[in-house]
Design a protein around this ligand. Structure first.
Ligand SMILES: Cc1cc2nc3c(=O)[nH]c(=O)nc-3n(C[C@H](O)[C@H](O)[C@H](O)COP(=O)(O)O)c2cc1C
Length: 378
């Protein structure tokens, strides 16, 4: 069973925590990686598919519109992630949480419940930080998951919360959570209204840790940790036990190699990220999102990546990065040419489609014509 104590881990991050980011974080020393939050109902719709071409397990949602491809909602590489992957679900209903968790439990190493997301999308349906206001519901979700998923598959259940407005309320919540049988608690040391740019409040951590320890629950602290060295120093400065873990989001989104004592500079991290993304045929729109997060806004590469559409575009642009992150050649003429080619190809495809449509229409009209003539002569 996965142990969380003292580990430095990649935070759950919608959009940012997809497969290439997790694999890069693992390569550079992350002890555990969290999946992005996936909502229970979405996961329940998915089909599990073994992808022999990529050596991955894919959870694929059906197409929502005609002509649309089914979408990969979650992809994992068992060979590289086994023993280190925690799957986070968004939920507000115990039975749906259990159904969703059962769908993935054999392919992941633990299930985490998101009880900290402040976004409207989460809280309007009672998920994320809304669960902090309905602690009984939160605890019943956790109790059900422990009984029906964790205990059955011998895998840990955990939860990620934010601190409440005062220490007493926070400790009371922690006590109740610990009684549900969870194995780990992650505390984002900010209250729900606090934004990520605000300094975290770590004052409650020692007492939270005491409660967790008395229930044999491990504790991970989250909020404004800058990299591995910062985490180790912070733990020392605050005189916290070595068994308290650390979770990093923002800095790991900008550079997933921050788990190493010597993180790569952005221009090397970007190359490694892209190699992984290409290897697993990752979606170009998510690659663009990540490369734009990883590239400093003042670098011309920020604009170059913005202009890319396909994986080969990103590869071409990346090849123009020299050893100091400066451009070898301006990739914009190449990208312009690629866009023109793509435009022409699209136009050709559309022309073929409309020709096929009008042919089909004509032959349908001919058939009706012939049958009405036949009917008349009969
Ligand atoms: C891009 C992004 C996506 C996030 N998505 C999630 C999520 O899916 N689930 C979750 O519990 N928290 C999510 N968070 C919050 C982080 O996990 C973390 O709690 C927060 O950013 C504070 O950590 P930091 O100060 O290291 O950034 C997200 C944060 C970012 C920046």
């Amino acid at each position: 069973m996965v142990q969380y104590a003292g580990k430095l881990v990649l935070a759950p991050m919608v959009r940012a925590g997809e497969l290439p980011t997790r694999l890069l974080a693992l390569k550079y020393g992350a002890d555990l990686v969290w999946s992005p939050e996936i909502v229970d109902k979405k996961l329940i719709q998915c089909q599990r598919q073994v992808n022999d071409a990529l050596n991955t397990i894919d959870f694929v949602a059906p197409a929502t519109r005609e002509g649309m491809e089914p979408g990969v909602v979650f992809r994992t590489v068992p060979e590289l992630e086994r023993g280190k992957l925690i799957f986070q679900i968004g939920t507000s209903t115990p039975s749906l949480a259990v159904e969703a968790a059962l769908k993935v439990i054999k392919d992941v190493d633990g299930i985490d419940v998101n009880a900290g997301c402040p976004k409207h999308f989460s809280i309007h349906s009672g998920m994320g930080a809304a669960l902090l206001k309905t602690p009984e519901k939160l605890c019943s979700i956790l109790t059900e998951l422990v009984a029906k998923v964790g205990n059955v598959y011998n895998k840990p259940i955990s939860v990620k919360i934010r601190i409440l407005d005062n220490e007493a309320d926070t400790l009371n919540l922690v006590e109740n959570i610990c009684k549900t049988g969870v194995s780990n608690l992650t505390v984002h040391c900010r209250t729900t209204p606090m934004r990520n740019r605000e300094s975290p409040i770590r004052d409650y951590i020692p007492k939270i840790y005491e409660i967790c320890t008395s229930h044999n629950v491990s504790l991970i602290m989250n909020g404004a940790i800058k990299d591995k060295n910062d985490f180790l120093q912070l733990r020392k400065e605050l005189k916290l036990s070595d068994s308290i873990g650390g979770m990093m989001a923002d800095c790991a989104e900008k550079n997933p190699t921050v788990f190493s004592s010597n993180p790569l500079p952005w221009f090397k991290a970007v190359k490694e990220y892209l190699d992984i993304a290409v290897q697993y045929n990752h979606h170009p729109s998510n690659v663009k999102y990540m490369l734009n997060r990883m590239t400093p806004g003042k670098s011309p590469f920020y604009q170059y990546f913005t202009q890319c559409r396909k994986l080969p575009d990103f590869l071409y642009v990346c090849k123009q990065l020299d050893e100091e992150g400066k451009p070898i050649e301006d990739p914009l003429p190449f990208l312009k040419e690629e866009h023109e080619k793509e435009k022409k190809q699209k136009k050709k495809q559309n022309d073929i489609k409309s020709l096929e449509k009008s042919n089909a229409k004509r032959s349908a009209e001919n058939t009706t014509d012939t049958s009405s003539k036949k009917a008349k002569s009969a």
